[in-house]
Write a protein that binds this ligand. Sequence first.
Ligand code: AHR
Length: 324
Amino acid sequence: MFRFSPLLLCCFLLFSCAEKEVETKGIIVGFSQIGAESAWRNCNTRSVQEAAADAGIQLVFFNAEQKQENQIKAIRSFIAYQVDVIAFVPIVSDGWENVLEEASEAGIPVLICDREINVEDESLYAGYLGTNAIQEGRSSAEYLLKAFSDSETGEAADRKRPVRIVELRGTEGSSPAIKRAEGFREVLAGNPGFEIIYSASGDFLRSKGYELMCSILEDLDDIDVIYSHNDGMTLGALDAMKERGIKPGGDIIIVTIDAEQAAIDALKRGEVNCVVECNPKQGPDIMSLALRLARGESIPRVIYMNEEVFTEWDDLSSLAPRGY
Ligand code: AHR
């Protein structure tokens, strides 16, 4: 019977490691990140950088500091540098045609990460990997349908007036802001039990979430629900409420998206009622897709990250630390 001798096994392992190195060594990925607006974003950046290092892929990283023009400049520099693959998180959905045409003329495949784009000619990019923002909006509204239903019949609770919702939106023109708003409205459409009484952008920033909430609490009465497109804005809004003696999670129901550790902790304390996960740990998938593109292979058009929903009704005692 044939047996691997220890020497043969070592040679085999050495050979397969060397082959793996040849596969990724020399591959250059240009990555344009939008900035550092939230703990979520910082985790997303870490995930990309660590995954590139683990895979032995050379990453040329640019932080666009929240400006689309900086992202376009970065992509042009990747083209001039002749990277193997361009990957970027588009801050907003529109306005990418010209630079993508330039990448296509240079024969460089492009992977869209985290946020989606609108282009007429979809062949301008190879594929998208990231968050399923429309589903996050739907899950947020589905939580409200349950929270405001009669626990015995499951029917909408018989209230004297509709549930009054305030929405804190993300960055204007960004796909998560557009789709989280869309999915949320889709589920509540035609339901007279719910009314969105106010909606404004807090740009995914904690500081703006705080400021917005301060002025909302001056101007509006009888708010039943805050639906916030990210945890950063939510945490700012919680500060504003607590300063005014309002009990978040009790006086006002709080639904938030991202699932940062701070939001999960607030959920455990009863200050938040529902946390919809948006998964930032996209680095390993981005690198394996970039590798396939660098080899000239095709990739799926759309890949969504796995995402969970955590509510006040769940037992969260064994939930692992989030890492962001
Ligand atoms: O694109 C994902 C969103 O961007 C996250 O929800 C938010 O926290 C980040 O800034």
